[in-house]
Design a protein around this ligand. Structure first.
Ligand SMILES: N[C@@H](CCC(=O)N[C@@H](CS)C(=O)NCC(=O)O)C(=O)O
Length: 205
């Protein structure tokens, strides 16, 4: 049985949605950020980076959202969560890599400034920039990535739960998703998916 280590509202929700989409049963282990459970020796033994998600498998622990999503698609190939065409599969992974390396990092500048600087005034400066960088990322996705209705057009892929969770952060980051019609329609449609509803009722979103 797989075990997902998650904290509510984090990018771990993308993994939960993908597991639900693929109909993979899994155990849920909540990590309480408020109690700094992610910094305890017990959790650092699971993920030395002190982050979520982490997915325990029979072979060991996987970390990094994009890699975990790829694993889920690989153990359930029949769900078709990765496009068959190599070019399209790479386009999908390009979107996921952008979310991981750029947009998630923009978001983290709002509350995790201590990763990059020691002075409180530097954290405040980084936080102030978040509405701009998140809006710029959303505009890039709207104009160049989102084919609609899903990222890869009609086909639901691994990149969709990833993007969806990042979009749920926009209001808190001071960005109005209404300025991005394709992303907005996508987010609305995603809330109706049973996989998303289950993730919400499980308290993971
Ligand atoms: N590159 C990692 C980033 C994971 C990450 O930063 N997760 C955040 C929650 S969204 C976290 O665990 N933050 C805790 C911390 O920074 O202390 C991934 O994509 O899985």
């Amino acid at each position: 049985m797989l075990t997902l280590h998650y904290a509510p509202g984090t990018i771990a929700a993308a993994v939960a949605i993908a597991l639900n989409e693929a109909q993979v049963d899994y155990d849920r282990h909540r990590i309480d950020f408020a109690k700094k459970e992610h910094r305890t020796a017990a959790y650092l033994a699971i993920n030395p980076k002190g982050r979520v998600p982490a997915l325990r498998t029979r072979q060991g622990v996987l970390t990094e959202t994009a890699a975990i999503l790829d694993y889920i698609a690989a153990i359930r190939p029949e769900t078709g969560l990765v496009p068959d065409d190599p070019f399209e599969a790479a386009q999908m992974r390009g979107a996921m890599t952008y979310l991981a390396s750029t947009m998630h990092v923009n978001h983290a500048h709002g509350g995790r400034g201590m990763r990059w600087a020691d002075e409180a005034r530097s954290w405040a400066d980084m936080k102030q920039k978040v509405p701009q960088t998140m809006a710029e990322s959303a505009q890039y996705l709207e104009d160049h990535v989102m084919q609609g209705p899903y990222i890869m057009g009609d086909r639901f892929t691994l990149a969709d739960p990833y993007l969806f969770v990042v979009l749920t952060w926009l209001p808190g980051d001071g960005v109005d998703i209404g300025n991005f019609p394709k992303l907005s329609a996508f987010e609305t449609a995603m809330w109706d998916r049973p996989s998303v509803r289950m993730t919400l009722s499980d308290g993971i979103l």
